[in-house]
Design a protein around this ligand. Structure first.
Ligand code: F6R
Length: 226
């Protein structure tokens, strides 16, 4: 394992540092393919990116990690809507370079064909999921439709009026798709996340804890704040 673990003292700092990693990639000027998450944790990072009006997105393609099935794309909590609201509506990115797994038949083939993901930002679920690869997802999984875990449905109920409104299915990049990313940055906030990060990074590498596969990644950084 070649993971770098950085604990920072505030969510603001975490957001700045995560945004900086993305900016560094973009500013190199080559074509860059980013894997992007939704959820609470990346909101500050997206704000930082939006606030940098100098950042030129012409060479960037984005590939979101996942999207709910069963809710309309117009639903405020669809991940496409989340991304428009928090990032895409505020930056000068070519809309043809924005991709979601439900829009493409062969997401993995498409990503590979474009040279693979250069940097993927991940959050982590309290059950150890990354993207929507729930416990017992195969390590060799590709993009596919999955059932959401009870724990994920409970955790995500906070975004909906009631738990009954939380979708039970999603389409997600697979663990194999994510592991092929040249660089991975996992961002997490809060004590609950520290516990699962410790289990994932120092425990057995097991499909029961999907994030434990990250121990095998050659270029992983974990950014954490309380
Ligand atoms: C969302 C995603 C999920 C979240 C995870 C943490 O696109 O891939 O794996 O990253 O559920 O979510 P938050 O940041 O809300 O704690």
């Amino acid at each position: 394992m070649k993971a770098l673990f950085r604990k920072v003292d505030s969510y603001e700092r975490l957001s700045q540092l995560a945004a900086l990693e993305i900016k560094k990639k973009i500013q190199k000027g080559n074509q860059v393919n980013l894997g992007l998450p939704t959820g609470d944790t990346p909101i500050g990072m997206y704000k930082e990116l939006v606030n940098d009006s100098q950042l030129d997105w012409w060479n960037v393609s984005t590939f979101n990690l996942d999207e709910y099935i069963e809710i309309s794309i117009d639903h405020p909590e669809s991940y496409q809507n989340f991304m428009n609201r928090n990032l895409f509506d505020h930056i000068d990115i070519d809309k043809f370079n924005i991709w979601f797994p439900h829009l493409v038949n062969d997401y993995d083939g498409m990503i590979d064909g474009l040279g693979g993901l250069d940097l993927t930002i991940l959050g982590i679920g309290s059950n150890g999921h990354i993207a929507f690869n729930e416990p017992n997802s195969p390590f060799d999984s590709k993009t596919r439709i999955v059932d959401l875990d009870e724990q994920t449905i409970e955790d995500n109920a906070r975004f909906f009026n009631s738990i009954d409104e939380v979708p039970t299915k999603a389409i997600t990049m697979g663990l194999d798709t994510i592991m092929k990313s040249k660089e991975i940055l996992l961002i997490a906030q809060g004590k609950k996340k520290l516990d699962i990060i410790q289990t994932a990074m120092f425990g057995d590498i097991t499909e029961e804890i999907p994030a434990s596969i990250l121990q095998n990644h050659e270029n992983l950084t974990i950014l954490y704040c309380e």
